[in-house]
Ligand binder design. Structure first.
Ligand code: ZN
Length: 416
């Protein structure tokens, strides 16, 4: 399959539906989207936050309100307070021994500085605090390529082969851009947790660290490279820890997925087939499930419903002792039992006395790139583009992945 796309030749602004609609509507191409900074939600529903950094500056509120700017190391303690005039930001700034308080009325505050920290946590150099009333979100704003270094070092062990890290970088870049497209109307693009993808900011202080340098190299050698869907938009390139032997399509897990067969079933060439078991009593399961579903009685049996014995469960049938039945989505069932307890939906379940035993394999939803499989492929000589073609067989790769000298030289040797 030839995957070359002349995306580099696309005009910067494309007009869609011009033949049908009277007014053509300009849309951002992914080439423009990739230039936009990522807005990462670092924390939500905060009441107060203490930030430290060098040369801290705070913008927000009316033009007449005093801008806050500090020249040295300092700290800011920010909280939301309600007065007779409504909700305000109460900012305590400390620089050396000097402490001052300010009140600002604004929906958002923008804070910039160097070596920004919250406790021991390094933060990007630009933060936005947003709030409607009580409580606020802390959002980091940074270029996507810097953001990806923080994702890579949180999502995959950096001791793994460079080509696996590069394939992970392309998947994460694509996933991020797809979320940015979906969430354009929200005040953030991505969560910094497993809800989307884990992100811990990597400060430039760590540039001499060998492993961080490797993460940067993986991002730089794939700079600007994304997977596309069949509409030539960036594909929502899901990835997970361990497929358990076979990956699956998004629609099998969530009932929805991107239009067009972007991600299809695929065997995984070499993963550890990590097996797990989980044992829970009937009462424990009922208590956990009841938080999410209506379970009006004691559970008699559970049935994992899968298209075949080789597939992961798509639904779970819950039979109660009075004969009534409930059928729930397997991913929601997994969420109710706990994503890290019931590691995947690739399991068989059996009742043994007063408990149920789940015997499963793999870890994660099983859609898209399998991280353990990518590691095994890289160890046996595959490059990042081979890995991506394996896990996203119908998603063209846009842009050019630069090969590390080791891989490039072996390829050249192979062609001679
Ligand atoms: Zn796998």
């Amino acid at each position: 399959m030839k995957l070359h796309l002349a995306v580099g030749l696309l005009p910067v602004v494309v007009f869609v539906g011009a033949a049908q609609a009277s007014i053509p509507k300009p849309v951002l191409t992914w080439k423009q989207e990739i230039e936009k900074p990522v807005r990462v939600r670092l924390a939500s529903a905060l009441n107060t936050v203490r930030l430290q950094g060098f040369g801290l500056r705070v913008q927000g509120g009316s033009a007449s309100s005093n801008p806050i700017a500090m020249n040295r190391m300092g700290s800011l303690e920010i909280e939301r307070v309600k007065t007779e005039m409504g909700w305000f930001w109460r900012i305590k700034k400390s620089e050396g021994k000097i402490e001052r308080f300010e009140l600002k009325k604004a929906e958002a505050l923008v804070i910039e500085g160097e070596d920004l920290r919250k406790g021991t946590q390094d933060l990007p150099g630009r933060l936005v605090l947003t709030s409607k009333m009580k409580g606020f979100d802390l959002i980091g704003v940074l270029p996507i390529e810097n953001y990806l270094v923080g994702v890579l070092s949180s999502e995959m062990p950096l001791a793994w082969p460079l080509e696996a890290l590069k394939s992970q970088a392309v998947a994460a870049r694509s996933y991020t851009l797809a979320l940015m497209r979906e969430r354009r109307q929200l005040h953030y693009d991505v969560e910094s947790t497993i809800l989307d993808q884990v992100f811990n900011h990597v400060s430039r202080k760590l540039d001499n660290d060998k492993m961080i340098a490797k993460a940067r190299r993986a991002v730089e050698e794939t700079s600007g490279v994304v997977l596309l869907n069949q509409k030539s938009q960036v594909a929502k390139a899901y990835y997970h820890a361990d497929c358990g032997g076979r990956t699956t399509a998004a629609k099998n897990v969530w009932g929805t997925g991107e239009k067009g067969p972007v991600i299809v079933d695929s065997s995984c060439p070499g993963h550890p087939r990590s097996k797990w078991t989980l044992s829970l009593t009937v009462d424990e399961i009922r208590a956990k499930l009841s938080k999410k579903f209506d379970i009006p009685g004691d559970i008699e049996s559970l049935f994992a419903l899968a298209p075949s014995a080789q597939d992961r469960a798509e639904r779970l049938k819950i039979r109660l002792v009075d004969g009534r039945e409930r059928t729930v989505n397997a991913d929601e069932f997994r969420a109710a039992l706990g994503y890290s307890d019931l590691r995947s939906t690739f399991f068989k379940v059996e009742r043994q006395g007063d408990h149920f035993e789940f015997k499963g394999q793999g870890w994660g939803h099983g859609v898209g790139l399998c991280q353990w499989g990518s590691r095994r492929m890289a160890e046996t000589g595959s490059g990042a583009s081979d890995i991506l073609r394996h896990y996203y067989p119908l998603s063209p790769i846009a842009g050019e992945i630069r090969n590390s000298p080791r891989v490039a030289s072996r390829r050249t040797a192979g062609q001679e």
